[in-house]
Design a protein around this ligand. Structure first.
Ligand code: AMP
Length: 220
């Protein structure tokens, strides 16, 4: 039997969740469900949801649990998520984690990975992070230069409005207050692992693979 990978990744902003989720999703042929991307698309598209969440996101605060749960419930009910998914940036609160268990009732076990990185590394990383407006690639080491083009597709790179240092410090505070308690929430589960994200992306990817194998081994 093929074991579906139902994975949730959490970690502070800039920990590399998006990069790792994207890589794994491609490898496994399952969707990367980034709640941040879904919200940014809504903002860009000027939808009702987008208008509702724009100011919250710009301030680096969290969108309300009810809104997020509606989004995730709907996304995970789509056919392409029936054979597995990678949640990137959800859950972010204990209330979301509790509700996720309910949403997933009856599906194969949830694997949860925390990607851990210290605050100063993150502030430094995020100030240099750029995102391709064309293919969505995340480019880490731009040295803060404004005019670089995407190495993958040549598209224009830009800085996320919430990657400015003052906003990043606020997002880290929110993370410690709202999201870090997830460690305690998941700690007792055999399918929970923490990966050191303060390493080059390829090394983190290997650690992610090792963590997934360890979880599989523990479940076998
Ligand atoms: P991200 O791209 O994951 O860093 O998310 C960007 C922003 O979207 C966050 O700073 C929040 O404002 C919002 N957001 C994304 N996911 C969630 C979530 N699970 N709960 C609440 N807000 C979220």
């Amino acid at each position: 039997m093929v074991v579906a990978l139902n994975l949730a990744m959490f970690g502070p902003p800039g920990a590399g969740k998006g990069t790792q989720a994207r890589r794994l999703a491609t490898e496994r042929g399952i969707p990367q469900v980034s709640t941040g991307d879904i919200l940014r698309e809504a903002v860009q598209g000027g939808t009702e949801l987008g208008r509702e969440v724009k100011a919250i996101m710009d301030a680096g605060e969290l969108v309300g649990d009810d809104v997020m749960l509606g989004i995730v419930r709907e996304r995970l009910s789509k056919a392409d998520a029936s054979g597995g998914f990678i949640l990137d940036g959800f859950p972010r609160t204990v209330a979301q984690a509790t509700a996720l268990d309910d949403i997933l009732e009856g599906r194969q076990g949830l694997v949860v990975l925390e990607i851990a990185v210290g605050d100063e590394t993150l502030v430094n990383r995020l100030s240099r992070r750029r995102v391709c407006g064309n293919c969505g690639a995340i480019v880490g080491d731009t040295n803060g230069e404004a005019q670089l083009l995407c190495p993958t597709c040549g598209g224009e790179l830009s800085q996320r409005s919430d990657d400015r240092e003052d906003v990043v410090r606020g997002r880290l505070e929110v993370y410690h207050r709202e999201t870090a308690p997830l460690v305690e929430f998941y700690q007792g589960r055999a399918s929970f692992r923490t990966v050191d994200g303060d390493q080059p992306p390829e090394v983190v990817a290997q650690a992610v693979q090792a963590a997934l194998s360890a979880v599989n081994g523990a479940a076998a």
